[in-house]
Design a protein around this ligand. Structure first.
Ligand SMILES: CC/C=C\C/C=C\C[C@@H](O)/C=C/C=C/C=C\[C@@H](O)CCCC(=O)O
Ligand SMILES: [Zn+2]
Length: 635
């Protein structure tokens, strides 16, 4: 039913979790004929019957076997039965080999029957466990598959040190089920403890209470006392050392990267303090960073207490540290107040992108703030030009789709622009007060788009009836595109770049004569991204020899330049292109580059580089890029 026909939804201000007790998505739901609209509060990307059972706590005991590329051991789930119905407990799995299942209470565990349901290509395989009525715990012995979708096993040569293997997980959106059998839906929050057994020379870290002083004896114990959704379960194992950056902040990295990372991200503690001042206390104790090898498929992942970070943002000049502000901001928007299903992702990412900009302004000033916002706006425009109407809707219909394939800037930048418009209309101070109350009101809950809309109606809309318009807000959230008259972020630092680019394009000034001495990274990016589709070979050579773009050490600049090089067939940059695509696995770069190669008639070259590089890519990177290169039927 449509959002306005939601009689069963809980009052947003009630102290109960703001999600329905309906199943996250039963097998029937996942395959049922589609009605017009997805049902609010239903997670179509989980088999778990969360209306019958809730997992409350998980104890993991896992051995990390680098030779076989498997995690092997036991997951013990503490469960709460919600109904008297004689139903099996249904958990999400993907590629797991289940050895045995026991159930019971108070330590008295007995073997129980279990079956694996039919495998869905997007969702994995439901694990159905027959539970005695008295059972309060279920213990599953299992092992992961070497090609688990949420785990990447790296060879030593893929690391900075080149001597030790490395492992990391990436659970968002629906990959936790590929390394732990559980209710893999953001509607369910769990606390967890874990014992992780590793080769003795390696350190394990998790989205939990990491101890830099832990003995290096191959056994690491963790506890995560704050309840988190399954997509925030995270583990990494490698040759890792720790360096503090502030009282509550520090960085874990391979020794080769540790000092550079700590210097690049030294403002993290100030960011943390600045965010607390406006949006309320940081509720996760410590905030540390983990620097991953370059195959990590995202810029960062907001794993609580320990954000996972790509090394591609260590630029040497703090030009790319907005990523840290972003992951930190998730400690409020996303990790504290969580989207109830992947349809509601904009609640996580739109709020986080808005907060990121505010943190950047606070730490680095107005000009940086405006430039970051204007670049974000350009990303949004590019995605709006590129997507079908349905995918421009913030509360997107994802039924029957793989979330990884739909991922875009829309929930990030459109969500953020929407909040920026609200801020402009009600005033910054009032909007900050609204956000502070919102975070407190929904802390440690998972909410739907409709919960947010109801809350807005009772708060900001009621307080500012003359400034805000309910129909316009509905349009922002449920319609494609951007409502007419929406703010357009601009920056004076960019406005002065336009005439320079224009003069150069007209041949009125040589590239070597452009005074770039005070240009920031953002201005360089704006200069390059604003180039026309087609440039001549002479123009490309002139730019390259004046600014040495093919050799740029800044990965964002290199990316912008390589996009120009690909679409203009500028061959002197192709060796760098090949190296870039082979060494880096960040999809923000890889997807547009591979798409650009295919669209510029270089499918063969794309396939050749991809085939050579893919052994080093993350499973998610392989999946989304092989579709780009080989089309929908790619294996
Ligand atoms: C509209 C799409 C709806 C649902 C998709 C949900 C998750 C997509 C899945 O692929 C996981 C995404 C994880 C993202 C993690 C961090 C991002 O903020 C990184 C952004 C890109 C980058 O900077 O590299
Ligand atoms: Zn994010």
């Amino acid at each position: 039913c449509s959002p306005s026909e939601e009689p069963q939804k809980p009052d947003s201000e009630a102290a109960v979790p703001a999600v329905s007790d309906a199943p996250a998505a039963t097998e029937d739901k996942a395959s049922e004929a589609m009605s017009d609209q997805p049902e609010s509060g239903v997670d179509y990307h989980s088999f778990a019957n969360t209306g019958d059972f809730r997992v409350k706590h998980v104890d993991l005991d896992l051995t990390v076997d680098f030779d076989r590329k498997v995690l092997e051991g036991e997951a013990k789930l503490q469960i709460k039965r919600l109904t008297d119905k004689k139903k099996p407990l249904v958990l999400d799995t993907r590629g797991l080999e289940i050895e045995s299942v026991e159930a019971g209470h108070g330590g008295q565990m007995q073997p129980v029957k279990f079956t694996m349901g039919e495998t869905d290509p997007n969702l994995g395989t439901p694990l159905k466990i027959q539970l005695p009525k008295s059972a309060t715990a279920v213990s599953i012995r299992y092992r992961t598959s070497p090609d688990a979708s949420g785990v990447q096993w790296l060879e030593p040569q893929q690391t900075a040190g080149g001597e030790h293997p490395f492992l990391f997980t990436q659970a968002q959106a629906i990959h936790a089920r590929s390394f732990v059998p559980l209710q893999d839906t953001p509607q369910v929050r769990i606390t967890y403890n874990a014992t992780i057994r590793t080769p003795k020379e390696l350190r394990a870290v998790m989205s939990a209470d990491n101890d830099p002083e832990a003995e290096m004896d191959g056994v690491f114990d963790f506890s995560m006392p704050q309840p988190v959704p399954s997509y925030l379960l995270a583990l990494a194992v490698g040759d890792l050392e720790f360096k503090p950056m502030g009282e509550r902040t520090g960085v874990y990295a391979e020794p080769e990267l540790l000092d550079a990372a700590a210097a690049e991200f030294e403002d993290t503690e100030s960011m943390l303090e600045a965010t607390e001042e406006v949006y309320g206390p940081y509720r996760w104790d410590r905030y540390d960073l983990l620097i991953l090898p370059p195959s990590f498929p995202f810029g960062g992942m907001e794993n609580p207490r320990l954000s996972f970070i790509t090394p591609t943002v260590i630029a040497g000049d703090k030009s790319l540290v907005a990523l840290i502000a972003h992951e930190l901001a998730h400690s409020w928007s996303g990790n504290l107040v969580t989207n109830a299903s992947w349809r509601d992702l904009w609640l996580n990412e739109g709020f986080t992108t808005y907060l990121t900009n505010r943190i950047m302004q606070n730490i680095y000033g107005d000009e940086r703030y405006r430039m970051e916002m204007a670049l974000g706006y350009d990303d949004l425009q590019a995605d709006l030009a590129d997507r079908p109407d349905g995918d421009e809707i913030m509360a997107i219909d994802l039924r029957g789709r793989d979330p990884d394939e739909v991922f875009s800037n829309i929930p990030y930048e459109k969500g953020s622009l929407f909040l920026y418009e609200l801020e402009q209309k009600v005033g910054r101070e009032n909007f900050d007060k609204f956000l502070l109350d919102y975070f407190n009101n929904f802390a440690f809950q998972s909410i739907t788009t409709e919960d947010f809309e109801n809350y807005l109606e009772k708060t900001l809309l009621a307080e500012y009836p003359d400034e805000l318009d309910a129909e316009r807000i509905r349009q922002w959230i449920h319609e494609p595109g951007i409502p007419e008259g929406a703010p357009v972020p601009t920056s004076d630092a960019f406005t002065k770049i336009d005439p320079v680019r224009e003069q150069w394009l007209k041949g009125e000034i040589a590239a070597a004569d452009i005074d770039t001495s005070d240009w920031t990274f953002h201005q360089w990016k704006y200069f390059l991204d604003g180039m026309p589709e087609k440039l001549s070979e002479e123009q490309l050579q002139e730019l390259d020899s004046a600014f040495n773009l093919t050799e740029s050490k800044n990965n964002e600049i290199a990316f912008s330049w390589l996009m120009i090089a690909v679409r203009n067939d500028y061959q002197p940059a192709f060796e760098r292109l090949e190296n870039f695509l082979t060494e880096i696995g960040r999809n923000k770069f890889l997807r547009p580059l591979y798409r650009n190669l295919v669209e510029s008639g270089k499918q063969e070259m794309a396939a050749q580089i991809f085939e050579q590089a893919k052994a080093g890519y993350h499973p998610l990177t392989v999946k989304v890029n092989s579709r780009i290169i080989y089309g929908e039927n790619a294996q």
